[in-house]
Design a protein around this ligand. Structure first.
Ligand code: PGA
Length: 255
């Protein structure tokens, strides 16, 4: 990890968490951040939309960052069930996860749609966390590099830079399965992502852009993953639902 890139640990709560999570999980993280201020990492939670307002209020004067898990391309309008980047911003979000594999698979989100959503997020000054990653079948066929390269080239907005985008590499087969690629594989894909980003935006911006690894990150494997040269943090699903585990992962980032 580069010393110039401050680690980012992001929790993707997915469709988990009732109101009790505000007092239990979010409150725990706010207290930890207050106690350990300053930290050597940024800590972000992306709860379901129903919890954005209470967590936004709780975290208002703390270092806990808040993000959405998705946004619509449009600012507002007749889009039943959707949420816009402007709405996320109003609730105190600084980030939004886009193109998660669960959305790419279950909601048929294409690279082009992810790019359009990211552009809408940038208009609202939200940082777009753009997810990429190969499926198990693609991994077995040995086409990870081609898939990830195409996702980067086609999903990243043209005006993406080190301050307004973060890339999360999440092999689909590693999400929620307890499986992870070898550290060598993770480093190779991250290096490829940085190079591809360099070709697309600029080498200087790519050097500063934070690249997160996601897929079965736990306290037990976080140290070796966070230690890799081109890994600048993690996008954590399951383990982000337990305060002590999520905090332990954040503390695994090298100082
Ligand atoms: P996981 O999920 O940590 O539960 O594997 C990661 C993600 O989907 O972002």
């Amino acid at each position: 990890m580069s010393f110039e890139r401050r680690p980012l640990i992001a929790g993707n709560w997915k469709m988990n968490g009732l109101i009790g999570f505000v007092d239990n999980l979010a409150c725990f993280l706010v207290k930890k951040l207050n106690l350990e201020n300053p930290t050597h990492f940024d800590l972000l939670v992306c709860p379901p939309s129903t919890l954005l307002h209470p967590i936004g209020s709780l975290a208002e004067n703390s270092n806990l960052l808040l993000g959405g898990q998705n946004c619509h391309v449009a600012k507002n309008g007749a889009h039943t069930g959707e949420i816009s980047a402007e709405m996320l911003k109003e609730l105190g979000c600084s980030h939004v996860i886009l193109g998660h594999s669960e959305r790419r698979t279950n909601f048929y989100e294409t690279n082009e749609l992810v790019k359009a959503k990211a552009e809408s997020a940038l208009v609202e000054n939200l940082v777009a966390i753009i997810c990429v990653g190969e499926t198990e079948e693609e991994h077995k066929r040995g086409v990870t590099s081609d898939i990830v390269k195409r996702q980067i080239l086609d999903s990243i907005p043209d005006r993406g830079n080190a301050t307004n985008i973060v890339i999360a590499y999440e092999p689909v087969w590693a999400i929620g399965t307890g499986l992870t690629p070898t550290t060598q594989e993770v480093q190779e894909v991250h290096a490829l992502i940085r190079k591809t980003l360099g070709d697309k935006i600029s080498i200087e911006e790519a050097d500063q852009t934070r690249l997160l690894y996601g897929g079965s990150v736990k306290p037990s494997n976080a140290v070796e993953l966070m230690d890799l040269a081109d890994v600048d943090g993690a996008l954590v699903g399951g383990a982000s639902l337990t305060g002590v585990d999520f905090w332990a992962i954040a503390e695994s980032c090298p100082k």
